[in-house]
Design a protein around this ligand. Structure first.
Ligand code: PLP
Length: 393
């Protein structure tokens, strides 16, 4: 079993999957992620918070939701945060708040999790895919510019793997920029001016708190962050049946609220997120040392505070075979993502075929996500590196 199937019922799970880890290196396994280790660090606060919610029976839009929204806005530096049910809804709600709907086109990278494109279709608009930069595998700004025209309703850079895409050239193109920040909670823009942490230097950012994300709930959850009071209000209305007063409905919205119990978990974990991201950066630096000179392995380009290493993605020849042999050595890996959006049956409607996005397609055949989580030990990383060396030497 590779980790991309580890989380019950949500096989590709946005970014990482989570769940189902044993946390054990006792039996010699190196898990892909270790949610149990993260839980152990927050268990006391989470249980106390659950007790408060159970006593108050405020399961939807309870006090903890507002408190988390304030905490997360503060953490990111955005003026507003609105909690929603999951990251895909966050993207859809952000698009709808921006007024993007039928007749509009939305520019996004071909190398992303399916949800980015899915949200565009659910908002009634048409995804326009563009290829990515060969080094970072993030949206190529020149190609995004070429794809932007009078019908473009929004541009969605995806801060994939935890690395911030360069939003500045996109902001100059005109249409509003919606950042997909599902994998980048806590990443700091290199040229921080008024830009917020983890993505909200555009008009609005959408994020996911799927369990395996850097900030993960114990179920589905998501949020938008924005500097615009107007956009925040629009999402607030849309997430709750178009209503800001009980039984008064201004617009046709949906039901996409953030659970109070999830808000408890997120508040407890948020206090540790900066430290956890620092541990991920240290682990990424350690991999770079350990994997230096392993034949055939292409490492991800180095990064600073603008990367929170949600995933540590290397490129290797004959990837599936390498992953299989690592699995035999007890090292769990993932692939994010093996089939690009334009080659998925669900997006046949876009009329693309093999060869349309060569950089994305070449990457999809070679990328391999190595075990990465804040609590990963030196010993575990050594086992991953030794395994790769053994297989590739
Ligand atoms: C996880 C993820 C999403 C969707 O989030 P869900 O909470 O699973 O709906 C969207 N985009 C990217 C890049 C993701 O990794």
């Amino acid at each position: 079993m590779t980790d991309s199937t580890a989380n019950g019922g949500h096989p590709t799970g946005g970014g990482t999957t989570g769940g189902g880890t044993t946390g054990a290196d006792a039996c010699g396994e190196v898990p892909f992620v270790d949610l149990a280790a993260a839980h152990a660090e927050v268990e006391r606060q989470v249980r106390a918070g659950f007790d408060r919610v159970l006593a108050a029976t405020a399961f939807v839009n309870g006090e903890e939701v507002g408190a988390f929204e304030r905490d997360y806005a503060h953490f990111t530096g955005a003026a507003h945060c609105v909690g929603v049910a999951n990251g895909t809804d966050a993207l859809e709600l952000a698009l709808r708040a921006l007024g993007v709907g039928p007749g509009a086109e939305v520019v996004l990278p071909a190398n992303t999790f399916i949800a980015t494109a899915e949200a565009v279709v659910r908002a009634g608009a048409r995804p326009v895919l563009v290829d990515v930069d060969p080094a970072t595998l993030l949206i190529d700004p020149a190609l995004a510019a070429a794809a932007t025209g009078p019908s473009t309703g929004a541009i969605i850079p995806v801060h994939l793997y935890g690395r911030l895409a360069d939003v500045r050239p996109l902001l100059e193109l005109g249409p509003p920029v919606l950042e997909d920040a599902a994998q980048s909670q806590g990443a700091v823009p290199a040229a921080a001016t008024d830009a917020a942490t983890g993505g909200a230097s555009g008009a609005i950012a959408a994020t996911s708190f799927y369990p395996g994300k850097n900030l993960g709930a114990y179920g589905d959850a998501g949020a938008i962050t924005t500097g615009s009071a107007e956009l925040a209000r629009a999402v607030r209305l849309l997430r709750d049946h178009g209503s800001d007063r009980k039984y008064h409905h201004e617009v046709v919205g949906m039901n996409s609220r953030l659970d109070t119990l999830q808000a408890v978990v997120l508040r407890a974990k948020l206090r540790r997120l900066a430290g956890w991201n620092a541990s991920r950066r240290a682990a990424a630096a350690r991999y770079a040392e350990l994997l230096d000179g392993v034949p055939g392995v292409v490492l991800p380009p180095p990064a600073g505070e603008d990367h929170v290493w949600h995933l540590y993605v290397v490129r290797v020849p004959d990837r599936d075979e390498v992953a299989r042999r690592l699995g035999e050595l007890g090292v769990r890996t993932g692939v994010h993502y093996p089939v690009p959006v334009h080659l998925q049956p669900a997006f046949r409607r876009l009329g693309h075929g093999p060869g349309d996005f060569p950089v994305t397609e070449a990457a999809a055949a070679e990328i391999l996500s190595l075990p990465m989580f804040p609590q990963i030990t030196d010993e575990q990383q050594r086992r991953v590196a030794d395994g790769l060396r053994k297989i590739l030497d």
